[in-house]
Design a protein around this ligand. Sequence first.
Ligand code: NAD
Length: 250
Amino acid sequence: MTQKLALVTGAARGIGLATTRLFLREGWQVAMIDRDVPALEAAAADLQGVETFVCDVSIPDAVDQLFKDVLARFGRIDALVNNAGVADFGPIEETDFARWRRVMETNLDGVFLMTQAAVPALKETKGAIVNIASISGLRASTLRVAYGTSKAGVIHLTKQQAAELGEYGIRANCVCPGPVRTKLAMAVHTPEIIAAYHDAIPLNRYGSEEEIGEVIVFLCSAKASYVTGQVIASDGGFESTGVGLPALRT
Ligand SMILES: NC(=O)c1ccc[n+]([C@@H]2O[C@H](COP(=O)([O-])OP(=O)(O)OC[C@H]3O[C@@H](n4cnc5c(N)ncnc54)[C@H](O)[C@@H]3O)[C@@H](O)[C@H]2O)c1
């Protein structure tokens, strides 16, 4: 049987690395993409069935070259996981245009560029796209003018992709993680933010990288063959719940 190839961006650590490991467990090969060269090399060192590709997903020429390199090496792409992301939390008045663009260029432009470049190969395999947004794209909160808006854009971009690419058999879905203790989150989650998340989440805890990765790998698999255009929160119940949770806890 032909081994499938998943392309995972932001694979050097956090959710992307956990997702890479889960794909390998399911018998896939993985093209691990990241712009952090030392972290990417360290992450791949003990993994069998992966190839690393250094690329900044926000740079159009780099993305074009990446797809040439991946297809030259593997000849196929069965799944694209647009996971690379950056977080920058700040008030609206302190978010200058450079900060806004830094977030948008990876979180939103990167998903657009990577998907557009992947479409010819995904048509061949009737492959799957999974975009990683965030609960911050589903529910607005303070400090997230750039980050939350970029992730809301990813949610709608996913629906556009599902609508237009469905006729080629390509599925596109979106996963919205709740808080996970990765380097990205710990750089912006103050003790107050951590406490607020616990208060607002029915499961009363952060998620793990693997709990997000399991949903991603499911959506890429044949088990999800009739699922497209969906936005799935893996968030401990945060998105579904209104006010009053801490008051009711025993
Ligand atoms: N951790 C959380 O609490 C959380 C919550 C909701 C959503 N997310 C989303 O999950 C995704 C993964 O986040 P994580 O927490 O694992 O973060 P992380 O910082 O641990 O890993 C992100 C990886 O993406 C890479 N990267 C960033 N910009 C890139 C670019 N332009 N080109 C190539 N690689 C790039 C980084 O080098 C890093 O290895 C992100 O899209 C993030 O927004 C995370």
